[in-house]
Design a protein around this ligand. Structure first.
Ligand code: AMP
Length: 282
């Protein structure tokens, strides 16, 4: 496995690499990241993983400095999982002095994470476009864990004619249902099952919808009731949205998406799940 810190060296390593799959990460790898690497491994000749905690997607009061980091462990896991090239640039390599050009995501970025983390998606879109330009992969892998991010990246790639195929990967969860996240490291081990309350609420709505309940306000009220039973959980938002436009939907169509974010023991956690209307005989 090659470890590359400079853009020029990455470009040199990419020459003649065949079909390239890129897995962008901020490190502190867990099974969610590894599932992306495995998907890339199965479809590409060369797997490039970027490891870069991108400062521009963190707000001034967010956890950029405290964000968990463990590069030696990440490199071991990447090697074991089949990464060929790790691209781990310094902040100055990605954002040299005077850097001043940004990619602004449109409507998809307005609500939900975009509303609660102003500037977040501008930082994400900008760094993703830079990584795609630097690595020039054929395929790039993104987790559904960050559903809004996934849609924004897909739209950006289409709108800007970027020659890459975006491959979505399913959410990997702990046995409790808690979606894996590097930020789960902030939670005490014995608190994690309780932090799964957001997903339990989503499962409750899924169950009701699959038995024919299509009243979205009732589904949201049910989910809020479930979350309300966990005193440590403080909802930021919990919404049923159109799975493509991310606009709130009033009536359940064929398939919608539930999006949620909460504070739990001072840690900010997000999750999402599909919501499908069904009948009892499904
Ligand atoms: P991050 O390091 O948090 O920026 O995540 C890097 C990539 O891994 C993103 O595309 C995430 O959506 C994806 N990812 C993070 N957590 C999970 C998870 N639990 N399941 C699947 N993909 C994930």
């Amino acid at each position: 496995m090659k470890i590359v810190e400079r853009i020029a060296d990455l470009r040199a390593a990419r020459q003649g690499a065949g079909k390239v799959g890129l897995v962008p990460t901020m490190g502190f790898l867990h099974d969610g990241h590894l599932s992306l690497i495995r998907a890339a491994r199965s479809a590409s000749e060369t797997v490039v993983m970027s490891l870069f905690v991108n400062p521009t997607q963190f707000g001034p009061s967010e956890d950029f400095e405290a964000y968990p980091r463990d590069t030696p462990r990440d490199l071991d896991l990447a090697r074991e999982t089949g990464v060929d090239i790790v691209f781990m640039p310094s902040t100055g390599e990605v954002y040299p002095p005077g850097f001043d050009t940004w990619v602004e995501a449109g409507k998809l970025a307005e609500r939900w994470e975009g509303e609660h983390r102003p500037g977040h998606f501008r930082g994400v879109a900008t760094v993703v476009v830079k990584l795609l330009q630097i690595v020039q992969p054929d395929l790039a892998y993104f987790g559904e864990k960050d559903y809004q991010q996934l849609l924004i990246v897909k739209k950006m790639v289409a709108d800007l004619n970027l020659p890459v195929e975006i491959i979505p990967c399913p959410i990997v969860r702990e046995a409790s249902g808690l979606a894996l996240s590097s930020r789960n490291a902030y939670l005490a081990d014995d608190r994690r099952p309780r932090a799964a309350v957001l997903y339990r609420a989503m499962q409750r709505a899924q169950k009701l919808a699959s038995s024919g309940v299509d009243d979205v306000s009732l589904l949201i009220a049910e989910m809020k009731m479930v979350v309300g039973q966990e005193p440590a959980a403080h909802l930021e938002y919990l919404a049923v949205v159109d799975r493509d436009s991310l606009q709130p939907t009033g009536q359940l169509g064929v398939e919608a998406r539930i999006l949620g974010a909460m504070g739990f023991d001072g840690v900010r956690l997000i999750d999402n799940a599909p919501l499908r209307l069904g009948t009892d005989d499904d």
